[in-house]
Design a protein around this ligand. Structure first.
Ligand SMILES: *Cc1c(COP(=O)(O)O)cnc(C)c1O
Length: 412
């Protein structure tokens, strides 16, 4: 976003946030498809290896149009539920481009994935054993836990010793025993150590651990290093140095492929990196309330639409897009839910008046996707801005949606 010549915040040339909120109302999610493209290319171009594939981790944002944009860029898809698999197929992905990485799902759901023909990533020995007996001819990927403590936020880190994700690298002998007795072919090794990895060394260490086990698996086609790229949520925040990572890892991977005897595909599964920065969440200020110690700006939204700040202390930069100049004051921005739902404390904003529009940045990943109907409120509309054009890509819900699946007992 930037301030245009007309002194209004623009999503892209000629499309201002104000005009979108006038047309579609608040609260509103807006996505800039060209930022997704930019991020995709930046990550792709950072690597210099014969075969690289980026699988968009679509749990971050599954609007069908976003899936189509990443598909057109050449991405595959990383999915964590069979419903995401179905959305991917609906968006036009080939089954072979979809990786299904479930955790603690039933064998029934895995049966569906087999039927759909997608790539399957198995993350526990019990399912691996059952799978191997049932589908000895269906190649699988195995999710390993390299036991590297990565990332600053313990709620979104998955690589530690007690994590429920992945099969411990200490259990590789057990994996091999299952593979040998069932005849299963392991076509890929996978790790995903969680989000917000600050230090590229952690990635490289993880990769080294993975690569060190790969000689145990002679049928590999790919190595999947998951994701966890940290994106900056405010000016000056630390982010994963993608170019540095790409350089270092490309060297390591090429050397590894030489040792392995053939070129494998390297896969990453960026979610946040592709869509976080592309999203904006627009809300209107209902009330400015001064208490003895604080000035609150209360907006027409809450944890029902954007729960990340309350769920794991995520920081979203907030901008008053109704004012681009004048004096600033310090505000605590809160929602309208009957529960404490604080979006941000002590934020410096251009002086807020009731009716102003506040924009939450980095609202592309895990924002709309975690929205709910709590307090029986409607989930917001979504707008996509792409190549200079705006498209409504999801209608705001209405009362009918709240009742849609409820069954009223007639004589109650
Ligand atoms: C959530 C998830 C990702 C994406 O993580 P980001 O931090 O959003 O990039 C990738 N792979 C798997 C298996 C995931 O569960």
């Amino acid at each position: 976003m930037y301030i245009g010549e007309d002194q209004k915040y623009q999503v892209q040339e000629g499309i201002s946030f104000e005009q979108l909120t006038k047309k579609y109302d608040c609260p509103l999610y807006v996505y800039d498809g060209n930022i997704i493209e930019r991020q995709y290319r930046r990550l792709y171009d950072a690597f210099d290896i014969p075969s690289l594939k980026l699988h968009y981790a679509c749990k971050a944002l599954t609007n069908i149009n976003i899936l189509k944009i990443v598909k057109n860029l050449g991405a595959g898809l990383d999915t964590v539920s069979f419903q995401e698999v179905r959305l991917g197929l609906r968006a036009g992905f080939e089954a072979s481009e979809i990786m299904y990485t479930p955790n603690c799902v039933s064998l029934d759901e895995i049966d569906q994935a087999v039927e759909a023909g997608v790539k399957i990533n198995i993350d526990n020995l019990s399912i691996l054993e059952q799978f191997g007996q049932k589908y000895p001819d269906y190649p699988v990927c195995v999710r390993l836990n390299p036991h590297i403590m990565a990332g600053g936020n313990s709620k979104i880190s998955t690589g530690h010793i007690d994590s429920k994700f992945g099969i411990s690298i200490h259990q590789v002998p057990h994996i091999k025993r299952i593979v040998e007795t069932t005849g299963l072919k392991v076509e890929g090794l996978h790790m995903h150590t969680g989000s917000d990895i600050l230090d590229t060394d952690v990635f490289i260490q993880g990769a080294e651990v993975m690569l060190s086990f790969s000689s145990e698996f002679p049928d590999l086609e790919f190595i999947d290093l998951g994701s966890g790229f940290k994106v900056p949520y405010y000016e000056g925040a630390i982010a994963t140095d993608i170019e540095d990572l790409g350089r270092e890892l490309s060297k390591k991977f090429k050397a590894f492929c030489k040792g392995y005897g053939r070129d494998l595909t390297l896969i990453f599964e960026p979610g946040k990196f592709l869509v976080s920065e592309a999203g904006y969440f627009l809300t209107q200020v209902n009330v400015v309330k001064q208490t003895t110690s604080t000035v609150f700006a209360g907006v027409d939204s809450g944890l029902n639409h954007l729960i990340r700040p309350m769920l794991y202390d995520a920081y979203h930069e907030i901008v008053n897009i109704s004012k681009t100049s004048g004096r600033t004051r310090i505000y605590t921005i809160v929602g309208y839910i009957c529960e404490t739902d604080t979006f941000g404390v002590n934020r410096k904003l251009h002086e807020v008046q009731e009716g102003d529009i506040l924009c939450f940045k980095n609202a592309g990943a895990y924002c709309f996707m975690m929205a709910s109907n709590y307090n029986s409120r409607y989930r917001p509309a979504e707008v996509l801005v792409y190549n200079g054009e705006e498209h409504l890509i999801r209608e705001r819900e209405d009362f009918e949606d709240l009742m849609a699946k409820q069954i009223e007992i007639t004589n109650l």
